[in-house]
Structure formats: C-alpha cells, structure tokens
Design a protein around this ligand. Structure first.
Ligand code: AOS
Ligand code: ZN
Ligand code: ZN
Ligand code: ZN
Length: 424
C-alpha cells in the first residue's frame, strides 16, 4: 500500500488544530455549513484513464516516470487519489486503450479500491493496428457505408465491455468533420452520423445513457460534425430519452457563455454530464480552475439552481468527469488539484443565496445580483472541502501528503523511470 490509513491519520493529526480554527471561523460566518459538507462528501468525480500519464503534444512527450502501463495500474492510481481525497471514486475507461482482459478480476480490483465504472469512451478518431478500414475521412459521417458500419460495431463493442464492468453510460466523441470548404456535404455528414448513432443507441441497455460530446474544432479545422451544443442537442433529441449532451468545457469557441448553455440544456432535460478541464485558448485540457475559476463557479451556480428546480440529485443525476491531459505536471498532482477545484466551485455554488438572488432578479437589482454571486465566490470555503474529506476518511491536504509520502518516487521504484501510459 503506497499510502496507508495510518499515514493519512498522522498527516491529519498534524494539521488538525489549524484546520479546526479555520473551520470554526467559517462556521461562525456563514449558514448551512452541515448541508454543504454532506453534499460535498457525496460528490464524486470520475477520473479518465487517459489522464494518468503525461500527455503529449504533437511536438513531444516527456514522461515523468512511474506511469501506469496497464488497466490494473490505472485503477491503482485512481484508488490512490481516492484514498487521499475520497472524491475520485470512479474511473472513465477508453476502448481500445483499456480493454479489460479479465473483466471479473478488474471488477474485483475496482471494488477493493472503492471505485465504480463511469462512462465508457469509444475511439473512432484513430486507426488501430489491424483495423480493416481507415477513419482518415471520418467515422460515422463517412461516405463509405462499410466505414460507418465499422464505427457502429466498435461502439457496440464498447457498450458490451461496459456491461461486463457495470458501467451505465457511453460517451461518443467524434473527430468527424472537414478541413476544407467543399470537402463534405454537411447534410449528408449529419444524416450519416445520425443513422450510425441510432444504430448504437439501439444497442444501449435500458438503464444506460448515451452522451453525445461536441467540440468546436480540432482535429478538423473547417467543420466538425458534432460541433456545438446545438448539433449535439439535435442528435440527442432525435435519438431519444437515453441520449444527452455532454459538455466539455474546452470545446467552445472563445468567450462562449458556457453557464448559459448548461442552464438551457438542463432545463430541457438534455444535459448529461461534463468533461471538466480549463483552457486559455482552445481544448487546452489544463487543470480545472487554473485559468477561469469564476466561470467554473458560474457553471456550478447554474447546475445547483437548475438541478434543485428539477428535483435532481447532485451526486448521481449527471456524469461528472474530468478530461485533462498534462505535459508539465505530475498527472496525479494535477488530478488532485482538479478535483479540489471542482469541489470548491460546487461548495461556493451551494453557498449562493438563491432566494436573495431571485429577489434581486425579479426587481432588476443588477448590482445586488452581482454582489450575491461574488460574495459566494469570494468566500474561502477550502476549510469546508477539507472537512468533508476528513469526515470521509481522506487527507486534510491531499497534495501535501502525496508529496510527503513521496508517492511518485515510490511509483517510479515499482514501475520504472521510462514508462508510457496508453492514452493521448
Ligand atoms: C476530445 O477532444 C474529447 O475531449 C474527448 O472527450 C476525449 O478527450 C477523448 O475521448 C479521450 O480520448
Ligand atoms: Zn472531452
Ligand atoms: Zn477538453
Ligand atoms: Zn477535448
């Protein structure tokens, strides 16, 4: 065991007095502390299997060593994160990178580590070795029916792996699109894609959800066949009740009002889940909250308000996933930071005085509305997030303990210096 419970206890013992002092002050300042803490304890965020190794760019890749080289090791890494923060109790797998050779053994390991299987991800954006037909000109949009069939079969195969593991959802992200005007007939591309998605949808078990992820551009630079929330919403609406839109924060054109998109999708009952990350320019997949924490808070504010209005369970009724990829940080440290940022934004949104905000809106008191939101955003709720972790059995300061326990050095000792995790 890389981090034992007694190490976590010792770490918490050391920080307890200072933590209690901060918590007491906060409790005297704000209302509803217990409710926020309980909601934070319940809130779990799925870790993508492809975020556990150092990400590359098209210019290079610099492994930090000790990366997981198989699905078992990926589960172990997430188990480690979950021990530290008690908020990463799920994994999102990617086929073919994570094909479970022995599903029962994988299920057992996940159960031992307290992890469940979140959305399964298919891959028709690369050609795999031995694959009969190429996705160079798209997959579900392809002009050749045989390529489209191959893409359908692959997605069904992914669903089947998911069924074996106990997953309940499939995320479809398509790189389909075009790089030059005239390359595609847009209507044909849309309809081909719809037909394929309908075939996949038919294979979906009754208690499953299908998430249709959109992306403005990249790898295609002229058009993307599921390019924005409108297109995703069209597909999801035509597919049926089990299909939803998935919002990846990095998949919008600059300055898009993501919180408004989220509010409307939610009110239409078509918001399925998230890929959290942050970005300055495009699909940068940077650490959540590292660039635009206020935007993240505003998104959570819409989520909390909208989910409460619809009587939804915050923890279970949407898919909460991270989609990140790192070049320069230790990927595990990065994920600890991302989970912390998500929980903090969620806590701040829970603190918003929705009744007062509604009154301000109804009386067109614009200044008051801004004050109400910024009051919540500027209140330092880190002690509440830490308290939730503590009560759930995690560490007061996960990142600090990760470093003190020399986790990366231990992983390098076990797995070696030169490791390459499968993934992006
Ligand atoms: C790609 O840009 C999308 O964000 C995908 O969700 C994801 O990164 C991919 O499926 C991971 O392989
Ligand atoms: Zn994504
Ligand atoms: Zn992204
Ligand atoms: Zn992306």
């Amino acid at each position: 065991m890389i981090i034992s419970q007694s190490q976590i206890d010792a770490h918490n013992e050391k920080g307890l007095a200072a933590h209690r002092k901060r918590l007491e002050f906060l409790t005297s300042e704000i209302e509803g502390v217990e409710d926020i803490i309980n909601k934070l304890i319940d809130f779990q965020i799925a870790i993508p299997s492809w975020a556990l190794g150092s990400g590359g760019t098209r210019f290079g890749r610099f492994s930090g060593g000790g990366e997981p080289s198989c699905l078992e090791e990926k589960l172990e890494d997430i188990g480690l994160l979950h021990r530290l923060n008690r908020s990463s109790g799920a994994i999102s797998l990617h086929i073919p990178w994570d094909i479970p050779r022995d599903p029962q053994a994988i299920k057992n390991l996940a159960a031992d580590l307290g992890l469940r299987f979140d959305a399964m991800n298919s891959n028709t954006f690369q050609d795999q070795e031995g694959q009969a037909l190429s996705y160079k000109f798209g997959s579900m949009q392809h002009v050749d029916k045989a390529v489209r069939r191959q893409a359908i079969e692959h997605n069904i195969e992914v669903i089947n792996y998911g069924i074996e593991l106990g997953s309940k959802s499939l995320t479809v992200w398509l790189a389909d699109g075009s790089c030059f005007p005239g390359q595609l007939n847009f209507r044909r591309a849309f309809n081909n894609t719809l037909e394929c998605l309908q075939e996949v949808y038919k294979a979906l078990p009754d208690d499953w959800k299908m998430f249709v992820e959109y992306k403005a551009y990249e790898p295609n630079f002229y058009s993307t066949t599921v390019g924005d929330w409108g297109q995703s919403f069209l597909y999801a609406s035509k597919l049926g009740d089990k299909a939803y839109t998935l919002v990846d924060l990095g998949h919008h054109l600059p300055n898009a009002n993501i919180e408004q998109i989220v509010a409307l999708l939610l009110s239409e009952g078509k918001l399925g889940g998230f890929h959290f990350n942050d970005s300055k320019y495009g699909d940068d997949d940077l650490t959540v909250g590292s660039i635009k924490p206020y935007q993240l808070f505003l998104i959570f504010n819409e989520l909390v308000e909208g989910m409460d209005a619809r009587g939804m369970n915050h923890a279970t009724d949407l898919g909460w996933m991270i989609d990140a990829s790192h070049n320069v940080k230790d990927p595990l440290e990065d994920l600890l930071q991302s989970v912390e940022a998500i929980k903090l934004a969620y806590a701040q949104a829970l603190l918003v005085d929705t009744k007062a905000l509604n009154e301000a809106q109804m009386s067109n008191d614009v200044a008051a509305a801004q004050e109400i939101l910024q009051h919540a955003f500027r209140t330092d709720l880190r002690p509440l997030v830490a308290e939730a972790r503590l009560r759930a059995g995690g560490a007061l300061q996960p990142l600090q303990l990760f470093r003190d326990a020399k986790v990366r050095q231990q992983l390098i000792g076990k797995r070696g210096e030169k490791t390459v995790a499968t993934g992006l």
